[in-house]
Design a protein around this ligand. Structure first.
Ligand code: ADP
Ligand code: MG
Length: 289
């Protein structure tokens, strides 16, 4: 736990020298290696990196679904030994129960935690109201748009008052316009709840718009390549994406991630592009004429 004056905030995550290896001897895949990062209580931290670099593995380790091969994971000083109600999850795939109404989906975690019927109902309705979904409380997931379903997913993860929200590319399946609206809704809800967020994305603009701080990962085995503070003021508004600070961050991140994406594709892309008489390096593609 971290003490800020006389307020003690929870949701402090420390990852120390994390390594995760999958598979058996002779067929080992090192997914992440030497990862040491932290998330301060109430901080919004994103992880960006190329596909397959181990982002989901890292998040699943914090969730308690994946066991570290070595290293330590701590939440408020306690070792993470498995999943728990102190960490809410939102995935890219809609993980709502299709046979339950929107409100029942949100109530589910509260019921599991032993809350009474009327308490569940009023908590669910308050949260649905904040997310602009109260009018849909009796609808079923397949009657909602993708954006609405993901909003229900977020509300459901928040319902049990976790200290930490873990989000794995939650807007990855949404169209660009819906995505931007969802990012704004998420920052608004996060400001209200003040919980720690670990957010995974491969979308550079999204990571800048949402985060206080972000980590860039290398190609697999994923290590931390860079840590970047996002000094943009809060609340964030879409117009900020055109500001000089935003553009500078975007360019910096593009360069960092491009190097890793090319490395992740390895020989494949060298050969593929070689066939078109172009030279590929970390800075991009250069024609060979
Ligand atoms: N349960 C698993 N068993 C074996 N290999 C896995 C498992 N989960 C992930 N991997 C491997 O670990 C690497 C990192 O995967 P992942 O964390 O899903 O990357 P990302 O989310 O960055 O795309 C990949 O090579 C993937 O195939
Ligand atoms: Mg992933």
């Amino acid at each position: 736990m971290m003490n800020l004056g006389n307020v003690s905030l929870k949701g402090f995550i420390e990852i120390q020298n994390l390594k995760v290896t999958f598979g058996q001897k002779g067929n080992l895949v090192e997914a992440v290696s030497g990862i040491s990062i932290h998330i301060n209580p109430g901080e919004f931290v994103s992880i960006v990196g190329p596909s397959g670099c181990g982002k989901s593995t890292l998040l699943n380790a914090v969730a308690g679904f994946v066991k570290p091969s070595s290293g330590k994971l701590l939440l408020d000083g306690q070792e993470i030994k498995g999943p728990g109600a102190d960490r809410g999850m939102v995935f890219q795939q809609y993980s709502l129960f299709p046979w339950m109404s929107v409100r029942k989906n949100v109530e589910f975690g509260l019921k599991m935690a032993g809350k009474g019927r009327s308490e569940c109902e009023s908590a669910a309705r308050t949260l649905l109201g904040l997310a602009g979904l109260l009018a849909f409380e009796n609808h079923y997931p397949d009657q909602l748009s993708g954006g609405m379903r993901q909003r229900v997913g977020i509300v459901r993860a928040l319902a049990t008052s976790p200290q930490v929200l873990l989000m794995d590319e939650p807007f990855g399946a949404l169209d660009a316009q819906t995505r931007v609206v969802m990012q704004e809704i998420l920052t608004n809800m996060w400001q209200r709840f003040r919980l720690s967020v670990l957010f995974i994305t491969h979308d550079i603009d999204e990571s800048i718009f949402l985060s206080d701080r972000l980590y860039v990962m290398t190609a697999r085995p994923g290590k931390i390549k860079a840590e970047i503070e996002i000094p943009l003021p809060r609340p964030r508004v879409p117009e900020m994406a055109d500001s000089p600070e935003f553009l500078k961050l975007r360019q910096e991140l593009h360069t960092l991630i491009r190097e890793e994406s090319l490395r992740a594709m390895g020989g494949e892309i060298q050969e593929g592009l070689g066939g078109f008489d172009v030279e590929v390096g970390p800075k991009g593609i250069k024609e060979l004429i």
